[in-house]
Design a protein around this ligand. Structure first.
Ligand code: AKG
Length: 334
């Protein structure tokens, strides 16, 4: 995701969808294979102990709320992740999100290609953005759609099939914005700041970008990544994970860990913008994806950000001396 935002050179993206490669070959094409120096993608990693947080408590004035705030602060300042339960989004709606995602990726290729992204654009159906001839590609097909601000929507690449796709996307954005409001207020409170300190940095024109992912089965999962290691340039990132197939891995203290599936939870991670706003107290975690030999994985990521580029944003935050009361850390000084 980080690389997409800073594209300057346009190199045509691969002609074939990974989904087509997965069904038509037994061997992984060379350009998807990681260079030797990067080493094996281990499947036998330990699980990361990611705190499961009850958002209904965070949003209350109950005695448990204080305890939950402390857990939130600890989670975001150590691994940068939480798994949020009781988030207020109906589980039947989450099922609908999974359903439209699968139905879209299961459409005939000809139909999906009607929504193909332009080579120099992010919005639309496609796969890894190619920045250099030597780039190792992600084993992943994706559909990126900007939802907010509304004038950024490129309706020609918004699927009309399945019929409820567009409505589900708009509703998902609204619902996750509410979750984001609860969480960013709680994050501010946990640091002793005014509760809307972070929220107001998103401004009137907050950016909401959604990425629907298909990770097809891969003949050589130990040699490829379904998502290369990266941190998110967002404010916060919300992932509706596949209900059965794992693959997300997180780097903590120089060690890779697997992220477990917690039924009905939404995975939430801090993005670079919140890391900058908190002088590095909250961590934007480095994460990556590992493919599966046999199984397809489907999930949906939503990135909520301020409309400013990270560089401009960083310099504005620097002028504000970040937030008073938050200890400054050298790494975030310009
Ligand atoms: O789908 C996943 O498990 C991770 C996706 C991701 O890291 C991203 O889109 O930034």
């Amino acid at each position: 995701m980080a690389a997409v935002a800073s594209a300057t050179t346009v190199i045509p993206y691969p002609a074939k969808a990974v989904q087509e490669l997965a069904t038509n070959t037994n061997a992984t094409p060379e350009k998807y294979i990681l260079k030797e120096s990067i080493g094996r993608i281990d499947s036998e990693l330990p699980y990361l102990d990611i705190p499961v947080l009850d958002l209904s408590l965070l949003d209350s004035s109950s005695p448990e709320a204080e305890e939950e705030l402390k857990r939130l602060r600890l989670a975001f300042s150590s691994c940068g992740y939480i798994q949020a339960i009781n988030h207020g989004i109906d589980l039947s709606f989450i099922d609908e999100v999974h359903d439209v995602t699968r139905k879209f990726f299961k459409l005939p290729m000809e139909e999906k290609k009607k929504y193909a992204r332009d080579a120099d654009d992010i919005d639309g159906y496609g796969n890894d953005t190619v920045f250099s001839e030597n780039q190792t590609l992600d084993w992943n097909d994706r559909l990126y759609l900007n939802v907010k601000p509304e004038n950024k929507r490129k309706m020609k690449v918004w699927p009309e099939n399945p019929k409820n796709f567009r409505q589900v996307l708009v509703d998902l954005t609204d619902k996750l914005e509410k979750v984001n409001e609860i969480l960013t207020k709680a994050m501010a409170k946990s640091l002793g700041l005014e509760e809307d300190s972070f929220l107001k940095q998103y401004g009137e024109n907050k950016v909401s970008l959604t990425r629907f992912n298909l990770y097809p089965p891969c003949p050589t999962p130990e040699l490829v990544l379904s998502a290369k290691a990266h941190g998110d340039p967002s404010g916060m990132t919300y992932l509706i994970p596949d209900k059965e197939v794992e693959g997300l891995q997180v780097l903590k203290d120089d060690q890779w860990y697997k992220v477990p599936i917690v039924q009905n939870a939404i995975n939430v991670n801090v993005g670079d913008q919140l890391e900058i706003m908190t002088n590095g107290i909250f961590k934007s975690p480095i994460h990556r994806g590992r493919g599966s030999l046999m199984l397809s994985k489907y999930d949906v990521c939503l990135f909520l950000s301020t409309p400013k580029s990270n560089l401009r944003f960083k310099s504005e935050m620097q002028k504000l001396k970040f937030f008073s009361g938050i200890e400054q850390q050298d790494a975030y000084l310009l």
